[in-house]
Design a protein around this ligand. Structure first.
Ligand code: CUA
Length: 168
């Protein structure tokens, strides 16, 4: 078979490019220490959330003078608890997990936004200063009721916040 010299050149160049693409992809995925999917995320059994002390009763808990932790479960097609009530001028760490499929958790108008993946616990910290009501949206398509999946974050004035309720 007679292959023209230019054609040989193109074949060689094509091979070089293919090898090049594979090496840069491999380099990018491994050598730079970038984790494509974080594997140090805490894992959790999405089918046994009711046996997990944090998620069996989704709630807001006071853990310090002005520090709160919110344990939130996303499931088709609600967020629990709803509303999530926290006091103003506090630091709230959200721990969010899913009981079924992938959901989103976005506090509208803030940069609090995370994916909620079954088997993982998403963590994010919010410092609500102003009392008010914020919508919570699911921004990952999660099934037929996705468009109605929403919750509410209520930031109460400090004086009105019922700490007893948060402790329950
Ligand atoms: Cu939950 Cu979309």
């Amino acid at each position: 078979m007679d292959i023209h010299n230019y054609e040989k050149l193109w074949l060689v160049l094509a091979m070089v490019m293919i090898v090049g693409f594979i090496s840069t992809t491999t380099y990018g995925a491994t050598a730079l220490g970038i984790e494509m999917i974080s594997d140090d995320e805490e894992t959790i059994d999405p089918n046994a959330l009711d046996e997990d002390p944090r998620f069996s009763e989704p709630r807001v808990e006071q853990v310090g003078e002005n520090e709160y932790e919110a344990y939130v479960v996303a499931r088709q097609f609600v967020f629990e608890p709803d509303p999530i009530t926290v006091p103003a001028n506090s630091t709230v760490t959200f721990y969010i997990t899913s009981a079924d499929v992938i959901h989103g958790f976005e506090v509208v108008g803030t940069n609090a936004n995370t994916m909620v993946i079954p088997g993982e616990v998403a963590t994010l910290t919010v410092e609500p200063n102003e009392p008010g009501e914020y919508g919570i949206l699911c921004n990952e398509y999660c099934g037929g009721g996705h468009h109605v999946m929403e919750g509410k974050l209520v930031v109460e004035p400090e004086a009105e916040f019922d700490r007893g309720e948060a402790d329950e």
